[in-house]
Design a protein around this ligand. Structure first.
Ligand code: FES
Ligand SMILES: [Fe+2]
Length: 374
């Protein structure tokens, strides 16, 4: 095996307890929903690493995200209503705008005020791209300088169509990365056979990305037999990556997937999968299908094959989480060298993030102290 990492940069293996308790860095954009599922006037509760967030679309169609708590008595705003551009608490009806500012108190004690008291909850940068809703949970000052992943297939005049899959897996996000990037769990999928005979050929780390290359076969997959050129026989390798905090893969530049994880807590991760099929080919008639049939076929493939396949991973991952909870001190035995690199990358980004929060806290304290002295 010719890996492009040198032996001295293979990290020491972190302990299982250490890796399964870290959080995600908030200084990236995370998918928190599917655009068309959140209609104007609707609010939805989403979670990023133990923070509850009320995501809402105002009646003009603009997206907003604020802490999911009313500043008055901490009721969740996601239990409230959207009113015009604002979100209204269901208890005493206080209204907060999309920036989290309390802008209206219409009950007896608030309505004749000429000046509103200064009440504000946290708001989050949020935007829509490729039909997905993205939220920046970390330092809002960094949001504009951090880019979304580059997905050329979704750019340009003819973006590839896709139907996102939203699945919640009750396990730590690092387990999910290891599952999706590590083809050695072929046995789990022995009936559905999305790939077969995988051999780890190489891996490399470049900055925030780790690429893993497998030689493998796809011609046993029922989906490939039905919808892929040559029934999948012409594709023999896959490039699969962990591009922090995202995950993806590429088969021959024609069949691509991305997984956008939303870690909610140590045992819950919401995953948004995007499967991109370049040509959808019917080997029976040896033709690519026409454009108007692509979405129905993608819908069918998701329902019939991909969602049940992901169900097998979900099942195994949830059992793995239970196993970890029962035996947290058990030694970590890992045969795939790339897995240690995934873990190290997650650990590094978490350490950077927690350090940046601590630094910011110190700077704030220092500037408050200086203000007091003046
Ligand atoms: S608790 Fe929300 S308005 Fe009183
Ligand atoms: Fe799998």
């Amino acid at each position: 095996m010719a890996n492009t990492s040198t032996t001295q940069d293979v990290p020491e293996q972190p302990s299982r307890r250490q890796i399964r308790s870290i959080g995600p860095s908030g200084n990236y954009w995370y998918v928190v929903g599917i655009d068309k599922k959140l209609k104007p006037g609707q609010v939805e509760k989403v979670r990023f690493w133990k923070q509850n967030i009320a995501l809402f679309r105002d009646e003009d169609g603009d997206l907003h995200a604020v802490e999911d708590r009313c500043a008055h008595r901490q009721l969740p705003l996601s239990a409230g209503f959207v009113k015009g551009k604002n979100i209204m608490c269901t208890y005493h009806g206080w209204e907060f705008d999309g920036c989290g500012k309390c802008v209206k108190i219409s009950h007896e004690l608030g309505k004749d005020r000429t000046k509103m008291p200064k009440i504000k909850i946290r708001d989050y940068p949020v935007k829509s791209q490729w039909g997905l809703i993205w939220l920046f949970p970390g330092d809002p000052e960094l949001a504009d300088s951090v880019s979304l992943p580059k997905i050329p297939q979704l750019e340009g005049e003819k973006p590839w169509p896709f139907i996102p899959i939203d699945v919640t897996i009750n396990s730590h996000f690092t387990m999910i990365v290891e599952n999706v990037c590590d083809f050695n769990h072929e046995y789990l999928h022995r009936h559905k056979q999305p790939f077969s005979k995988p051999t780890l050929r190489d891996w490399k780390r470049e900055g925030d990305s780790i690429h893993v290359y497998y030689d493998t076969k796809f011609d046993q997959s029922p989906a490939a037999k039905l919808f892929v050129e040559g029934g999948g026989k012409d594709f023999n390798e896959i490039d699969i990556w962990y591009q922090y905090p995202y995950q993806g893969s590429d088969i021959g530049g024609k069949y691509i997937h991305w997984m956008f994880m939303l870690p909610e807590d140590e045992r819950t991760t919401r995953c948004f999968f995007v499967f991109l099929f370049g040509p959808i080919h019917l080997p029976v008639i040896n033709r690519n299908i026409p454009e108007f049939l692509r979405k129905p076929i993608l819908w069918f493939t998701n329902k019939w094959y991909i969602i049940p396949l992901l169900g097998e991973d979900k099942w195994a991952l949830e059992l793995e989480q239970e196993g970890f909870d029962r035996y947290p001190e058990s030694a970590q035995i890992e045969l795939n060298p790339a897995v240690t690199h995934f873990q190290k990358l997650s650990l590094e980004r978490w350490a950077d993030y927690t350090n940046s929060i601590a630094e910011k806290g110190k700077r704030k304290k220092a500037s408050k102290a200086t203000e007091k002295q003046q």
